[in-house]
Design a protein. Structure first.
Length: 367
């Protein structure tokens, strides 16, 4: 193996792979990245056994090809600190990967590519095409509500449902639920679904975050593949049945409150300073065109505020975890939000009046 590549090319590729590389690992080779060099490109691959990412870079000058693995983080730190626009020379010398740039010479250890774990690829996959902006949106609007539980592992990810020309993402930790829908570039004849693990969803979000190209998604019975701009990410899916989220979304008679999102968020921030550190609860009392927010703590400290809103229903006193409310408010972009109340002991439904594709459910606190 002997080739030249620019700093910018390899740093970009290494940045994509680092999220998958295990920081704490039992197999030393899992902290390595796999190099595969041919006449025109360098392919980098990283895996943690649950997911795999591969990305291709254009090389500047080819001498000879080959395969090898080398420590990913050390290589990334070294390349990142080299001067901008530097051309880097990589070549193998026995069991060492030699790196030369300018007046610098560096030497990294290697492990055989034969020992690098091979991720099992499923053949039967249903494929859909979506814009990177739409995929980024549905992940960003819902992934914060994913759980982190040992006993209900099927909640520790984002549920994706593809039906006709729509893709829906749902996340819940059993205390709140976030749901977003968007359109695909073309309809699909199949109904496809799967639960994508938290770590994998975060990596997919990073992958599409800077891109403007379309994304190809393939979902099989136990894995998902995402392909964008020459980078392929594969992840195992979480086994288990995701809850029937449509049953969780409250329906029936409700009273509607419309309020300025920023004013509501600012009031919650101030009042919640004096809430109990254990429950982070705030009480809300709805009155005609007014919302009263209050909180107290075991030290007998308290805070309260009145803010104006549009409301004509019966008075409702209800308590929520303020963090759940704030995460929803920070995710929404609209100036106004709608809150549907179904009673003081039932979940409320928060929506964006400008978009029917977003729905948020929050269970009340019993305090």
């Amino acid at each position: 193996m002997d080739f030249y590549i620019t700093k910018e090319e390899i740093v970009k590729s290494l940045n994509l792979t680092l999220g998958v590389v295990e920081k704490r690992q039992t197999l030393p080779i899992l902290s390595n990245v796999l190099f595969e060099v041919d006449e025109s490109s360098l392919k980098l691959t990283a895996t943690d056994l649950e997911s795999e990412i591969s990305t291709t870079s254009t090389i500047a000058n080819y001498k000879s090809g080959g395969k090898i693995t080398t420590p990913a983080r050390k290589l990334s730190d070294l390349c990142r600190l080299l001067p901008d626009m530097a051309e880097i020379h990589f070549f193998l010398d026995g069991d060492n990967l030699k790196i030369e740039s300018g007046t610098g010479k560096y030497n990294l250890s290697t492990l055989s590519s034969d020992d690098f774990p091979v991720f099992e690829h499923e053949e039967t996959q249903s494929q859909v095409n979506i814009s990177s902006q739409n995929l980024k949106m549905i992940i960003g609007k819902t992934s914060f509500a994913m759980a982190n539980q040992e006993w209900r592992h099927y909640l520790n990810g984002l549920y994706l449902l593809i039906d006709d020309k729509y893709i829906t993402s749902v996340a819940t930790d059993a205390h709140r639920l976030a749901m977003a829908s968007s359109t695909l570039n073309e309809a699909t004849s199949e109904n496809i679904s799967g639960i994508v693990p938290r770590k994998s969803i975060n990596e997919i979000a990073k992958l599409v975050g800077e891109e403007s190209e379309n994304v190809v998604i393939k979902i099989a019975s136990s894995s998902i593949t995402v392909n964008v701009s020459g980078t392929t990410f594969i992840s195992k899916l979480i086994e288990g049945k995701f809850p029937d989220y449509e049953q969780v979304i409250p329906s029936g008679d409700s009273t509607l409150l419309i309020i300025d999102r920023k004013n509501f968020s600012d009031s919650l921030s101030r009042v919640s300073v004096l809430s109990s550190e254990k429950y982070k609860g705030v009480k809300i009392l709805t009155k005609e065109n007014s919302m009263h927010i209050s909180a107290n703590n075991p030290e007998k400290e308290q805070g309260e505020e009145n803010i104006s809103c549009s409301y004509e229903g019966e008075e409702i006193e209800i308590a929520f975890n303020v963090n759940y409310l704030q995460e929803i408010l920070s995710t929404l972009d609209s100036e106004k939000i709608e809150i549907n109340f179904f009673g003081s002991d039932k979940s409320c439904l928060i929506t964006d009046p400008s978009s029917s594709d977003l729905k948020y459910v929050v269970m009340p606190l019993l305090i």
